[in-house]
Design a protein around this ligand. Structure first.
Ligand SMILES: Cc1cc2nc3c(=O)[nH]c(=O)nc-3n(C[C@H](O)[C@H](O)[C@H](O)COP(=O)(O)OP(=O)(O)OC[C@H]3O[C@@H](n4cnc5c(N)ncnc54)[C@H](O)[C@@H]3O)c2cc1C
Length: 426
């Protein structure tokens, strides 16, 4: 009989990345342990799903559950100028199948993340809450397991041939290994709150995401949730948001509301729930995807920027991809870092494609409309990338965008750390 603290896979962090990986591994019949610091349901920002979150949700077997849920259905996105003038909504059904990808959801994260955690448990994963991983147990560069502390202060060691770091923006392993690299350009601040009873659209547009601009490439998100709540926040350069010495999130938020008439109008009814949040320095890349015995998943691997809502799609997709690869690794008893090269390559490809669009978005004077007017044949490529269909060849699109603004070079980050001796043997 195996020791109670030895598993096939350890998962640090029970958010969407961790629980999607755990559900699939448990479904394959592997012994999986998820260690989560908080007690669920817990609050989390990041509520809007992209159309191409459909595929990982389908792989997890959760589409029916989502359809039956209270989550608001999202069919479209619109952009609004500071004057309050709104673009025509872009409906996903103009390009995608109405019964699948063309409808997605705005999710209250406490409910969504709890659903994913319960699903992992239902599939057979062991999930322990209120236990915090403090240390990676290592033999040289090889990760053998973790040391964790529960809420009563008890310290326990857990071991497995592979550990998944799914700790989100804590980026547990990247921070400790000094793999955490800032993005050269993305470095915004976000300030947000929740409104109850504020104005919302009707019919199919009720669940629409609105991106509403303020000066200097700042923007609001307006994401209608269930229970008559709206998530509404502003993202911009720190020096713009703190320009008059104002530091408290509530004052920043309400000052910026005055800078977009659509937001002002929509928040003129109802009221804030009273909690105001602020975060900064969330954009980062891990230099490596992992090393022997360790793989990074979701935000713990990379987080770009909230603007195109790519975080949850990437978290769920990477959770599924990591689990499929680990299932094979367990079958072959081979956890060498280089077997995760394709996982890392595919994830980085998607991140780099999204990153090029995020950079273009923040360039002064740039708009995707200009590109589409000059290159109408590329409208579909823009839609695909923005909808989360990120693993494709978009080289013609980058050429076209380069006619207007610079397109960033890819960063030399994200492959697994292969030990020196293995590299020199090749
Ligand atoms: C301002 C803002 C707005 C955003 N808006 C959107 C959006 O609209 N749509 C979207 O898709 N994404 C959005 N995101 C991104 C989204 O929130 C993340 O991409 C997503 O939560 C990543 O999931 P994850 O599972 O990787 O990490 P998380 O959801 O952060 O889960 C990580 C878990 O690990 C646990 N943990 C951390 N450290 C430890 C430890 N040492 N031991 C044990 N447990 C630990 C945490 O408690 C947490 O539960 C936004 C992000 C920001 C900053």
């Amino acid at each position: 009989m195996s020791s109670p603290n030895v598993y096939d896979t350890l998962v640090i962090g029970g958010g969407p990345a961790g629980c999607s990986a755990a559900a699939i591994l448990a479904e394959f019949g592997h012994r999986v342990l998820v260690l989560e610091r908080e007690k669920f349901p817990r609050y989390h920002i990041g509520e809007s799903l992209l159309p191409f979150t459909y595929q990982p949700l389908e792989r997890l077997g959760l589409i029916e559950r989502m359809r039956e849920s209270a989550f608001v259905k999202k069919y479209s996105v619109q952009f609004v100028a500071p004057s309050g003038k709104a673009s025509q909504p872009f409906y996903f059904w103009d390009r995608y199948d109405r019964d699948t990808v063309a409808q997605t959801w705005q999710v209250m994260r406490s409910d969504f993340d709890l659903m994913l955690m319960n699903h992992a448990r239902d599939k057979g994963a062991e999930v322990r809450e209120e236990i915090s991983v403090k240390e990676l147990i290592k033999d040289g560069d090889r990760v053998l397991g973790v040391r964790a502390v529960d809420k009563d202060g008890n310290v326990t060691e857990f071991r497995a041939p592979i550990t998944l770091d799914c700790t989100g923006k804590e980026a547990f392993a990247a921070v400790r290994n000094q793999w955490r690299k800032k993005d050269p350009f993305l470095n915004k601040v976000a300030v947000w709150t929740y409104y109850k009873g504020s104005k919302r659209e009707e019919g199919f547009d009720e669940g629409q995401t609105t991106v509403a601009f303020v000066p200097e490439k700042g923007w609001f998100w307006h994401i209608p949730l269930h229970d008559d709540l709206v998530s509404v926040g502003v993202v911009a350069e720190g020096k713009y948001l703190s320009r008059d010495g104002v530091k408290d999130p509530k004052s920043i938020f309400h000052r910026e509301v005055e800078n977009n008439l659509w937001i002002l109008d929509h928040l003129s009814e109802g009221e804030s729930t009273g909690d105001y949040y602020i975060t900064s320095e969330y954009s980062f890349h891990s230099q490596y995807a992992g090393c022997e015995g360790l793989l990074l998943v979701g935000d713990a691997f990379c987080f770009l920027d909230p603007v195109f809502s790519s975080g949850l799609m990437l978290a769920l997709k990477s959770g599924v991809m990591a689990a499929e690869e680990i299932h094979k690794a367990l079958g072959e008893n081979d956890f060498s870092p280089k077997r995760f090269t394709e996982y890392a390559r595919a994830l980085r490809e998607g991140i780099e494609n999204m990153r090029k669009l995020v950079y273009a978005f923040y360039e002064p004077g740039f708009s995707f409309k200009q590109v589409i007017e000059k290159h109408p044949e590329l409208a579909g490529d823009i839609t695909d990338c923005l909808s989360g269909d990120v693993n494709k060849d978009f080289s013609r699109l980058w050429e076209a965008i380069r006619e207007f603004v610079p397109v960033p070079d890819e960063l030399p980050y994200g492959m697994p750390l292969v030990p020196e001796v293995v590299r020199s043997e090749k």
